[in-house]
Design a binder for this molecule. Sequence first.
Ligand SMILES: NC(=O)C1=CN([C@@H]2O[C@H](COP(=O)(O)OP(=O)(O)OC[C@H]3O[C@@H](n4cnc5c(N)ncnc54)[C@H](OP(=O)(O)O)[C@@H]3O)[C@@H](O)[C@H]2O)C=CC1
Ligand SMILES: O=C(CO)[C@H](O)[C@H](O)COP(=O)(O)O
Length: 625
Amino acid sequence: MNKAIFIMGVSGCGKSTIGQLVSQRLKIPFFDGDDFHPQSNVAKMSSGVPLDDEDRYGWLVTLNKLAKKELQKSSCVIVCSALKQTYRDILSSDIKNQVKWFHLVGSFEQILERVNNRSNHFMPTDLLQSQFNTLEQPEDAFEVNIGLKPEEIVEIITEELKMKSEFGLFGLGVMGKSLSRNLAQKGFNISIFNREVKGTEENIAINFKNSHKELQTAQAFSDIEAFVNSLQTPRRIMLMVNAGKITDMVIEDLIPFLSDGDVLIDGGNSNYLDTKTRYDYLKEKNIHFIGVGVSGGEEGALKGPSIMPGGNKEIYNLVKPYLEKIAAKDANNAPCCTYVGEEGSGHFVKMVHNGIEYVEMQLLAEVYTIFKMIGYTPDRIADIFESWKLKANSYLLEITIDILRKKDGDDWLVNKIVDKAGNKGTGNWATIATAQLGAPSTLIATALFARFTSFYKEERIQASKNFNKEVLELKLNNDDVLNAYQFARIINHYQGIKLISEAGKAYKWQLNLSEIARIWTNGCIIRSNFMVQLISVLKEDDNILAHKKIINQVKSLKPSIKKVVANCILNELAVPCLSDSVNFFNAYFTANSSANIIQAQRDYFGAHTYQRTDDATGKFYHTNW
Ligand SMILES: NC(=O)C1=CN([C@@H]2O[C@H](COP(=O)(O)OP(=O)(O)OC[C@H]3O[C@@H](n4cnc5c(N)ncnc54)[C@H](OP(=O)(O)O)[C@@H]3O)[C@@H](O)[C@H]2O)C=CC1
Ligand SMILES: O=C(CO)[C@H](O)[C@H](O)COP(=O)(O)O
């Protein structure tokens, strides 16, 4: 990536000399900021009147434009005193990520003596003093001591630029490996790290680097300090480690070696509440923290995942070019990566993504079990799913077809896989969040509980002996099942998006639901044709079940879900998500529900009061029942 190398410091620190030497050494253009002052500023300075901030504004904007223009072609060196942070903000506006600051640092006496020793040069003490008074220490600049020889300074600067990686990847597990290859394939200079466990895990990072051509220029480490020191400041380090305690441990391991302004990016499936806690904790230490949801699994991480970043927007801009570049692209070639919102919103959205994923997986498992009960082989079911692609294509449908076709010896592999479905936490947190926020995302809970039920294997075996199944005949055709499946998927997406929308309101995150659907159209596990449709639906309505197109779809699919669920129940076949979808919907489109009885019961035993249908003021009443 091209860099605008700004060399800054008070008058007389040697900026021009060093800047020119660096530009010669790197063979990139050199610009002395002083040459770009407008005539009015030159006149003012010549008459001995110091420039004020207003005079400087236009000049700084000119230098910023110059840097932007040069960056299109190559790196460049620009020297400018840039004493105040506001000046540096203007100079680096919109190109923060490509700007590298070098601050030439010396004492007052050192600089005064140096300037006064130059032939025909004299700097009044008060002029230099005013420069020192104005100087606001830059947080993100690399400091170089002017006491060194110019060639040593140039060496240090070029080493810092050359040798240091722009991005660090911590944790070379399934996801970290793929993401680091993805970053390297996109041309980024990266450093990679994996811990060593003596005797069992040794040289993980170096062996991994050596086994992939694209990682030739990457720097590989098993020592945290060396890894951190190999990175340009402010450092950008992405953590791809297990969520929970391990993430906290890894952060603690890194902290001693980090500097003010460094950015940690947590790409794991962390709990969004932990992300907020970590953000606040690290803020106290002047370390920035961005919580990033990443979806796509091993292959997506390599070829382009969907990325959901949350946190401070300005800090996100420091890592945006990297994340956008490695992300999947949507149908319009825009990155499937967007700034989601403040705090843990990125991880919240990823958590709900996984909740929707749990349901989509469960629904496919349920339609599989229906066809299995009808007597179809996995290959036949795969053929049926293949035919569904026209109306209901999704990544999960595609992989399920592959899974169903996979043979192991004479049998299908699925027939040999133990029916106990695991989980790593995101479904649990989504269920907790839906309860905490008072949003009825019932399907996520049902899909999670279906996994929990699957774990009661021994008890299920015993129960199957205690209670004989009464099987009649499943009178269902493919279209019935496809329509029922599509119906349940609409309810699933309604509930998931509703949960995100409720969180947005509760936490005051400015969420763009259509944009979230857009970044879920490629790279992630729940990408589907339906998700593409939701981009435009959500542009018009936050509630997808209130959108005309969806209303019509639901109306035409409803007869099938009723038929399928009724048949399954009569045949004692467990289809928890399919049946929950229709039950939820029956409640959802009931104008006058049975909740009046609940309110009356609450008032009876606990004096919890109720509102009356014949009092529009919303007043609460209590009856002595
Ligand atoms: N797999 C997937 O499909 C997806 C996973 N995620 C999330 O990404 C994160 C990483 O997942 P994944 O790559 O699958 O997990 P892995 O288990 O494959 O990798 C975990 C990584 O964390 C490292 N690690 C574990 N403990 C420590 C420790 N105490 N100190 C330093 N490093 C440690 C491991 O090192 P070592 O090898 O030495 O143990 C390894 O590099 C998780 O949060 C996961 O939920 C997100 C999207 C998809
Ligand atoms: O985030 C993911 C996919 O999007 C991970 O694969 C995650 O592990 C899936 O969740 P679980 O392991 O609970 O099924």
